[in-house]
Design a binder for this molecule. Structure first.
Ligand code: PXP
Length: 251
C-alpha cells in the first residue's frame, strides 16, 4: 500500500507587538515584550514575530536586540520596504524578514503588499537581505499576480494575508469564507509547486484558525493580536497552548 507522507508540522510564530502597545500606553517598561518572547519559547512556540513600524507605536529599536538576546527562537522581523528598515534589518540580522506594506494612518496592516507594483523598489531590498543570509518573505494577498512577482523576485517565502478571510468569518458570510479559503488554498498550492514556502497570518483566532491550518502546504502561521488579547484573560501560556492544539488538530 502506498504510504502517504506524514503531515508537515505547522509552525506557530507569535507576534508580540501588542505587549509593547500596552507597555507604551504608560511609557514605562511594563509589560515587557521580552518576557512575552521568553514565554513563547518556554511553551514551544516556533518563532517570535515583531513589526518595527516607522512610527514605533509598539516595538522599538532597542527591543529587537533584547528579544534576540533573550531567546534562541528565530526572529521574524516585519518591516516596510524602506532604506531605514533595510539598514536596521542588516544590522540586527534576524532569521527572517517579512516585507509588509505600511501606511502611517492605518490601525494595522490592512492589506497585502503590492509586490507587482513595487517590483523595482523591492528587488534591491530583497537582494541585500538575501545576501546577508536573512530569509525574506513578502506579505501578499493570495493573488496570482502577486505570487508571480514574488517568484520573479526570488523570495523563498510568501505570507498570505488572511484579513479578508477573517472579516468574512466575523460577518458569518459562509460564501465569502469559502471563496477566501479557496483563494488561499489554491495560491498555497501554486506557491509550493514553484518552490516558495507559503505562510499565512492576520486576524486569526481560536474560532477561525483551523480551516487555514488545514491547508497542507502552509508551513507557518503568524498570530498576534488575538493571542495577546486572550492572554489578558487566561495568561499567554494557555492562550498559545490552545492555539497550538487547535492548529495540530486541524492538520
Ligand atoms: N503577519 C503579518 C505579516 C502581520 O503584519 C501581522 C500583524 O498585522 C500578523 C501576521 C499578525 O496579525 P494579527 O495581529 O492580526 O494576528
Amino acid at each position: 500500500m502506498k504510504q502517504r507522507p506524514p503531515p508537515q508540522k505547522l509552525r506557530l510564530g507569535v507576534n508580540i507587538d501588542h505587549v509593547a502597545t500596552i507597555r507604551n500606553a504608560r511609557g514605562g517598561d511594563h509589560p515587557d515584550p521580552v518576557r512575552a518572547a521568553e514565554i513563547v519559547a518556554s511553551v514551544g512556540g516556533d518563532g517570535i514575530t515583531a513589526h518595527l513600524r516607522e512610527d514605533r507605536r509598539h516595538i522599538r529599536d532597542e527591543d529587537l536586540a533584547r528579544i534576540q538576546n533573550a531567546t534562541q527562537l528565530p526572529l521574524n522581523l516585519e518591516m516596510a520596504a524602506t532604506e531605514e528598515m533595510l539598514e536596521i534589518a542588516l544590522r540586527h540580522k534576524p532569521h527572517a524578514a517579512c516585507i509588509v506594506p505600511e501606511k502611517r494612518e492605518e490601525r494595522t496592516t490592512e492589506g497585502g503588499l503590492d509586490a507587482a507594483g513595487l517590483h523595482n523598489t523591492l528587488a534591491p531590498i530583497v537582494e541585500q537581505l538575501r545576501a546577508a543570509g536573512i530569509r525574506v518573505s513578502l506579505f501578499i494577498e493570495a493573488d496570482e499576480r502577486q505570487l508571480d512577482t514574488s517568484l520573479r523576485l526570488g523570495v523563498p517565502v510568501v505570507e498570505f494575508h488572511t484579513g479578508e478571510y477573517a472579516h468574512a468569518f466575523l460577518d458569518g458570510d459562509t460564501v465569502r469564507v469559502e471563496k477566501e479559503l479557496r483563494r488561499i488554498s489554491d495560491m498555497a498550492a501554486l506557491a509550493a509547486k514553484n518552490g516558495i514556502e507559503p505562510h499565512a497570518g492576520h486576524g486569526l483566532t481560536f474560532e477561525n484558525v483551523q480551516p487555514i491550518a488545514a491547508i497542507p502546504q502552509i508551513a507557518e502561521l503568524n498570530i498576534g493580536h488575538y493571542l495577546i488579547g486572550e492572554a489578558v484573560f487566561t495568561g499567554l501560556e494557555p492562550a498559545i497552548r490552545r492555539m497550538r492544539d487547535l492548529m495540530d488538530a486541524a492538520r
